[in-house]
Write a protein that binds this ligand. Structure first.
Ligand code: MEV
Length: 436
């Protein structure tokens, strides 16, 4: 049983009105961390038992989610602290197997909140469905017929999802493209659909499939593929933050971070790794909330190559005060209705901890974490190198495994790092000596 020490005595807190700044969160026990969160977010005893259940996914539920199930697989589920977006503090659950990621996100969120925090904005949740038309003989005539029937096609698409339409979403527009390919010239139709709080793949695919016979009749061609595009460049999120030069260790660090970014923007070999660092944060939040992270990954990398050259998803520059300015803009196709977001108990809990009630809000949190994560990697790379932080965390794990508790943990970590021999036997020796 966990004892929760909430200020109110009961776990009843307005999730929109608290500080996410929690100092030394990583040093606390798991129970203390849960207690810190429960002071801010109304966690029920059931929520807390899900957190301790080894992944939260019932085998019976898992068996209905995919095929050929023989078990479930859990990830560590951490919470990044210190995030402030558009003046509102947020706690951000992250599911990831890689050490340092949650710590780096929290640290960079702390630096960002020393300025004005992170500013985010987003477009509406418009996804693109593609209909590929082959064997069109007269493109001009086919495009004119499609243009004239546009309203009817949109209406037909919307009939497939009355609920989406009732809530204000649905098919918005149709765009036509002529595409030269290795297999000859094709007509490609883009159906633009505002998916609101859904990721939208089911709605968009259904709409595209239902339009196919009509499209064949209008164009005289043959429809082949009818499928959503993961290059969700109509569903973009932008996150921006200014970090004071003093918070980073001086203007020279700002200059070095800008140079590191410029390297990534100019070179695909570096850009792949730079963007991977962004995706460390993005995918961890996406996984914690049971999103289709493959769709997000695919969209991100395609967007990074939108100018015909694969470059950085983010942009870092220096402002007139010598401070660092970071901007991350990327597609973010996420949903909070339907799919695994509703079937996976951890996903619901993650949304609750994050205080998210709209897909756009979730999308903005995810991109904000991507920006912080990118800064964490760049700052470490231009200063001590990436291994330093990893080794400290590794040292912490080793000394805890060797029996260190309380104040002793930090002293043992210092001694182990200083020894230069970050191994379990050395950790045991140091802990034994410090315990005296
Ligand atoms: C490691 O998971 C991510 C980094 O390689 C990102 C980067 O190089 O920018 C540190």
């Amino acid at each position: 049983m966990l004892t929760l020490h909430t200020k109110q005595g009961e776990i009843e807190v307005d999730s929109g009105d608290f500080s996410s700044r929690i100092s030394g969160f990583y040093r606390k026990s798991r129970e203390e961390r849960i207690s810190d969160i429960a002071e801010r977010v109304d966690l029920t005893p059931e929520d807390i038992s899900i957190l301790g259940s080894g992944g939260g996914l019932d085998i019976e539920v898992a068996d209905r989610m995919i095929e050929n199930v023989i078990g479930t697989m859990a990830y560590p589920f951490g919470v990044a602290v210190n995030f402030r977006l558009n003046g509102r503090d947020r706690l951000v659950p992250m599911a990831i197997e890689e050490p340092s990621v949650v710590a780096a996100a929290s640290n960079m969120a702390r630096l960002m909140r020393e300025g004005d925090g992170i500013k985010t904005s987003s477009t509406e949740g418009v996804m693109i469905g593609q209909i590929q038309v082959l064997d069109v003989e007269d493109f001009e005539k086919a495009m004119a017929a499609l243009g004239a029937a546009k309203d009817d096609l949109i209406e037909l698409a919307n009939q497939q999802d009355p609920v989406l339409v009732r809530f204000g979403g649905g098919a918005r527009d149709i765009q036509l493209r002529e595409l030269e390919t290795e297999a000859g010239k094709m007509l490609v139709i883009h159906l633009l659909v505002d998916c609101l709080d859904a990721m939208g793949a089911n709605a968009v695919n259904t709409m595209c499939e239902v339009l196919a016979p009509e499209v064949e009749e209008l164009t005289g061609g043959r429809v082949l593929l009818r499928i959503i595009s993961n290059l969700a460049d109509r569903r973009l999120v932008r996150a921006e933050a200014v970090v004071k030069k003093e918070s980073l260790g001086g203007e020279n660090v700002v200059d070095d971070i800008v140079s590191a970014w410029a390297f990534a923007d100019a070179d695909p070999y570096r850009a792949a790794t730079h963007n991977k660092g962004i995706m460390n944060g993005v995918v961890a939040v996406a996984l914690a909330t049971s999103q289709d992270h493959r769709a997000i990954e695919a969209g991100a990398h395609a967007y990074a190559a939108r100018y015909g050259h694969y470059g950085s998803l983010s942009r870092w520059s220096k402002n007139g005060d010598g401070d660092l300015v970071g901007v991350l803009e990327m597609p973010m196709a996420v949903g909070i209705v339907g799919g695994a977001t509703r079937t996976h108990p951890m996903a619901g809990l993650a949304l609750k901890i994050m205080g998210v009630s709209k897909a756009r809000d979730l999308a903005e949190v995810i991109v904000a974490v991507g920006l912080a994560q990118n800064l964490g990697a760049l700052r470490a790379l231009v200063q001590e190198g990436i291994q330093h932080g990893h080794m400290r965390l590794h040292a912490r794990n080793l000394v805890v495994m060797a029996g260190a508790e309380g104040d002793l943990v930090d002293r043992a970590v210092e001694a182990l790092v200083e020894s230069g021999e970050i191994r379990f036997d050395k950790a045991q020796e140091i802990v034994k000596r410090l315990k005296g």
